[in-house]
Ligand binder design. Structure first.
Ligand SMILES: [Zn+2]
Length: 87
């Protein structure tokens, strides 16, 4: 599930949004937005969706960055992860 890493809240407190960082969707670790290339969509208020899901679907939360280590965990779990374009 998105935002479900056991240290998500702890990790995400280290994210410096003003410095251009965002939290990894799974573990909350800070990621540099400028170097971020992998994305996932979150729908239904907190479930992984598909890239092609509508932008205005129920509970649509948008597209979030995922770090390189967490990316492989999600791919193995069958979550759609894509490169380069956010949404
Ligand atoms: Zn992560």
């Amino acid at each position: 599930m998105p935002f479900s890493g056991i240290r998500y809240s702890e990790n995400s407190q280290r994210v410096d949004y003003e410095a251009g960082e965002e939290a990894c969707v799974l573990c909350g670790a800070p990621l540099a937005r400028a170097r971020q290339t992998h994305w996932v969509r979150v729908v239904d208020g907190g479930r992984f969706g598909r890239r092609s899901d509508p932008d205005d679907g129920p509970g649509e939360m948008g597209c979030f960055p995922v770090g390189s280590r967490c990316r492989w965990r999600l791919v193995r779990a069958g979550v759609e992860v894509w490169e380069e374009d956010r949404c």
